[in-house]
Design a protein around this ligand. Structure first.
Ligand code: SIN
Length: 535
């Protein structure tokens, strides 16, 4: 067993920001299941929202966030995140993130616009903002003597006081005292002990067949927190990004909303613009509305995609402002400067997650969460574009401050038990893992997508239940591997999405069901909270 001051799980913007702060106070171990830069952060194109111009105001950013959230945002959280933004951005700049400026030497930042924002307020580094932030943070982390970054290490389960005692069903709040971690190279599950565990594993896009997320986004943090007994909220609100490149080999490559922010329009297979039929903000309506409109158009015309057209802008502008999008589209045979490109929606962001307060405290003492894995109340039923990197960095900061003011201690000084396992068998054929993985993702895409109905949700629930039993059998039989642990997490998180969706018998934000197409404030103006039943 190793005892450390801080455990951080995940190496995206939330995890690295917290690690850098915590390292001023003690030794930090960052656990990350693949390479250090493999995170959703690194793929974020659009940018980070922050009030930065005279025409804008905190009140406008707050109002836009609340509007997108469709009645479920926690206004206190929204206010705090929006008003803390400039300070956090200043720190990122100080760490070396060079947000684009209007012109060389000009102090004003070039502000992008995205759906649901009433003003230009998205700071960006061309169209690879997340990567620029990830690189700057990793540079600092790599140089820091107090931070140890364990790549190819995957967190398996939290160790809590209740899991160590016989009184698991007691009503007293639980305390997290550490985590079991699989060292992928040795195959050994190691024990890490700490009074502070900071969860920043990102989202669960891989629960869906088509997603903008990288392979690491398998909902690990939510599944672990669920098994440990934490409250999980609002998992039905899965955001679908409206515009991913439609190409068999492009793996749902994201075409940033910022492209629409610069005037790109959506057209159907006949070349006709359609978004003005759905919302006064047309292409810049909140994301749920644009994704649903595309879905409706594709169904109406029986087409496999719609098209995004930015050819009204000069080729110079497009190449300079969107180099990554331009080059990737070109690689697949589409020249953005010459003709419209085919696009479809894909799963993009998990608005729910492990319930936390404004300081990142979960319902288990000693366990903190921030970033996409957490549900703070900022996003409500639908996230406003470019509020996610912002939330991650602000909450990592607030969480660190909270811990400094009330350093938690479990008083737990005895050694934690080793991970118990009688599992001796290696997974004999990977096909059993991949088959189940594929089945989950297809069920989610076909039955729990942009437009839902009660019957399909029930069908998904029944199928996932059968898969859950099978996967649990594998988990008990086989030696753990990253693939097997991911599959175990994926089935948990997929089931949570479906169960939450079944509970919400109304349409709100990202949850749209044909059975209840209207919002129902009298019954559903609240979060969908779920917690595992005690044994
Ligand atoms: C995008 O660039 O469109 C994605 C930004 C976000 O998801 O906030």
């Amino acid at each position: 067993m190793r005892e450390v001051d801080f455990i951080v799980i995940g190496s995206g913007i939330a995890g690295l920001t917290f690690a850098l702060k915590a390292a001023s106070q003690g030794h930090v171990v960052v656990v990350t299941k693949r390479g250090r830069a493999e995170s959703n952060t690194a793929g974020a194109q659009g940018g980070i929202a922050c009030v930065s111009s005279e025409e804008d105001s905190f009140e406008l950013h707050i109002r836009d966030t609340l509007t997108a959230g469709a009645g479920l945002c926690n206004e206190a959280v929204v206010r705090r995140v929006v008003t803390e933004a400039p300070g956090c951005i200043a720190e990122l700049i100080q760490m070396g993130v060079e947000f684009d400026r209007y012109a060389k030497g000009n102090i004003g930042h070039d502000l992008g616009k995205e759906g649901g924002h009433s003003k230009r307020r998205v700071l960006h580094v061309q169209d690879f903002t997340g990567l620029a932030i990830e690189r700057a943070l990793l540079r600092r982390v790599s140089e820091h003597p107090n931070i140890e970054l364990l790549e190819n290490h995957m967190a398996v389960d939290f160790i809590t006081m209740k899991s160590l005692s016989d009184e698991q069903s007691s009503t007293q709040a639980d305390v997290c005292v550490g985590v079991y971690v699989l060292n992928e190279r040795t195959g050994i599950v190691e024990t890490l002990r700490s009074d502070v565990t900071f969860l920043a594993t990102g989202g669960c896009g891989k629960a869906y067949l088509y997603t903008t997320n990288p392979d690491v986004a398998t909902g690990d943090g939510v599944a672990m927190a669920w098994r440990a007994g934490a409250v999980i909220s609002n998992m039905e609100f899965i955001q679908f990004h409206p515009t991913c490149l439609y190409h068999a080999e492009a793996k749902s490559f994201l075409i940033s909303e910022a492209v629409r922010g610069e005037g790109a329009i959506l057209i159907d297979a006949r070349g006709e613009r359609f978004m003005q039929k759905y919302h006064p903000l047309a292409e810049l309506a909140p994301r749920d509305i644009v994704a649903r409109a595309i879905d409706a158009e594709m169904k109406q015309w029986g087409s496999k995609c719609v098209y995004l057209d930015i050819t009204h802008k000069s080729a110079d502008f497009i190449k300079r402002r969107f180099p990554k999008v331009y080059e990737t589209c070109l690689k697949y045979g589409f020249d953005l400067t010459q003709r419209p490109v085919p696009v479809v929606p894909a799963a993009h962001y998990q608005c729910g997650g492990v319930k936390t307060d404004l300081n990142g405290e979960t319902t288990i003492a000693g366990l903190y969460a921030a970033g996409e894995v957490a549900c703070t109340g900022l996003h409500g039923a639908n996230r406003l574009a470019s509020n996610s990197l912002l939330e991650a960095v602000v909450l990592a900061n607030l969480c660190f401050k909270k811990i400094m003011n009330s350093r938690p201690s479990s008083g737990q000084k005895f050694a934690l038990p080793k991970w118990q396992s009688s599992r001796a068998e290696e997974v004999s054929e990977m096909v059993i893992i991949y088959h189940n993985w594929d089945e989950i993702r297809r069920i989610m895409w076909d039955y729990v997508g942009i437009v839902r109905n009660g019957q399909r949700l029930q069908q998904a629930n029944a199928r996932l239940r059968a898969l859950h039993a099978e996967i649990q059998g594998f988990y008990q039989k086989f030696k753990p591997s990253t693939d097997l642990l991911e599959l175990r997490n994926l089935i948990t998180v997929a089931s949570l999405i479906v169960k939450s969706a079944i509970q919400r018998k109304e349409s709100r934000g990202l949850h749209y069901t044909l059975d209840f197409p209207e919002k129902n404030d009298s019954n559903y103006l609240h979060d969908t909270d779920m917690r595992i039943d005690p044994p």
